[in-house]
Design a protein around this ligand. Structure first.
Ligand SMILES: C[S@@+](CC[C@H](N)C(=O)[O-])C[C@H]1O[C@@H](n2cnc3c(N)ncnc32)[C@H](O)[C@@H]1O
Length: 376
């Protein structure tokens, strides 16, 4: 039995002892557990600390998360650890050193290959924090890492941004996306936002993926639109097949390069674009749409993406989708003598068209049906 004041004193004693032993605490070299080493440490541990600091320089490599055992044992004094845990620590330290060596040699070789590690004029690879009282000082939350800055500004097949390309502007504030807009790069115009504007002429000629500052000093990421961005932001007629559902359909249909696919209705042309990419230049897609306005919208959206792609890559996006204005229920003549590897249906009353479609499917082929809330 002990009184509460005795207990208090005992706890304080434990606390004091732990505090005194802080200098004996070592860190795992994964770089996730940080512990300030005291100046009175032996030369061995200060060496470790210096190494850790230099290794933190290229932060692109994400250390694996620590296991609960590593977390707790990282806080305990060395002599309180079992030999197994000590062995694990040493193993981790070795692995981290090897990783650091690989990273260093990669960084060196990249620098040698590019010969231009510096940022192109007029751009800011790192969105610097605005030092004025400007409200946007906390906007720059996504800083490109050191290793990213060592990567050559453009990748093979990716040219500098040119007028006519479809781009996306994004602004993050405190880790949250505050603004995103898809736009067509055009000389003489401006990208406007509540955070100020950027003249399009300042964007043209830059590599994609740069942070450019608005007239009010907010760092905006300018990147090329992905196909997913494009279908989400393009002008729509009817509702589109959402990218996650389209991906599921492509999997169900097992669409492969070179396939011949039937699609209906074309709608806004989102699924047509995903199919176009999946079948590639050797494949083809037949897309039927009963409504004139939707047929026109799908055709235009397809054309617009292809134009932007050609400017961006300097090579043609395959012209592999044939859009037809026709009712699939009565389109037997259009399908005559044609076989399909798969069919994608996204229309009301799909059961009404099955009799027209099924005779044209290869044996074992899949007909995927997208209904507002589920895919069959
Ligand atoms: C939801 S939309 C398709 C959207 C398209 N999958 C996309 O991702 O943009 C459905 C379309 O099917 C068309 N449609 C409905 N019945 C049809 C039929 N029997 N033949 C051809 N098109 C049809 C509608 O006019 C409408 O444009």
């Amino acid at each position: 039995m002990c009184t509460s004041s005795q207990r208090h004193l005992r706890h304080r004693d434990v606390l004091v002892r732990l505090t005194k032993r802080r200098s004996e605490i070592r860190t795992f070299s994964t770089g996730l557990v940080k512990c300030k080493e005291s100046e009175h440490e032996d030369s061995d541990s200060s060496g470790l600390s210096a190494e850790l600091t230099s290794r933190q320089a290229p932060p692109a490599r994400r250390s694996r998360p620590l296991s609960p055992l590593e977390r707790i044992s990282g806080l305990l004094p060395r002599d309180a650890l079992s030999p197994e845990v000590m062995q694990l620590r040493e193993q981790n330290q070795q692995e981290a050193e090897e990783d650091a060596n690989v990273q260093e040699s990669f960084a060196q070789s990249t620098q040698e290959q590019s010969g231009h590690p510096e940022t192109p004029a007029g751009t800011e690879a790192t969105p610097k924090e605005d030092e004025s009282d400007n409200d946007h000082s906390s906007d720059a939350t996504t800083e490109p890492s050191t290793s990213e800055r060592l990567i050559p500004a453009t990748l093979p097949g990716e040219s500098l941004l040119v007028p006519g390309e479809l781009l996306v502007a994004e602004l993050y504030k405190k880790g949250r996306m505050e603004y995103r807009k898809m736009f067509n790069l055009q000389t003489g115009t401006r990208l406007h936002s509540s955070w100020g504007f950027i003249p399009h002429d300042d964007i043209a000629g830059q590599p994609a993926g740069q942070f450019l500052k608005t007239s009010l000093g907010a760092p905006v990421l300018i990147r090329r639109a992905s196909l997913e961005d494009y279908v989400l932001y393009m002008k729509r007629g009817p509702a589109i097949a959402y990218p996650k559902d389209a991906a599921r359909m492509l999997m169900m249909m097992d669409v492969t390069e070179g396939d011949r696919v039937l699609e209906s209705g074309s709608g806004s042309g989102a699924m047509s674009l995903f199919l176009s990419r999946a079948v590639g230049s050797k494949g083809s897609v037949l897309s039927l749409e009963v409504r004139e306005d939707h047929h026109r919208r799908a055709t235009l959206n397809y054309k617009r993406w292809r134009t932007s792609w050609n400017l961006r890559r300097g090579e043609e996006w395959p012209d592999n989708v044939q859009f037809h204005k026709a009712d699939l229920c009565t389109a037997s003549s259009l399908l005559a003598c044609q076989g399909f590897h798969s069919v994608a249906l996204d229309l009301i009353n799909p059961h009404l068209v099955l009799t027209t479609v099924i005779p044209h499917l290869h044996p074992g082929a899949v007909c995927a049906v997208y209904l507002a809330k589920c895919v069959y």
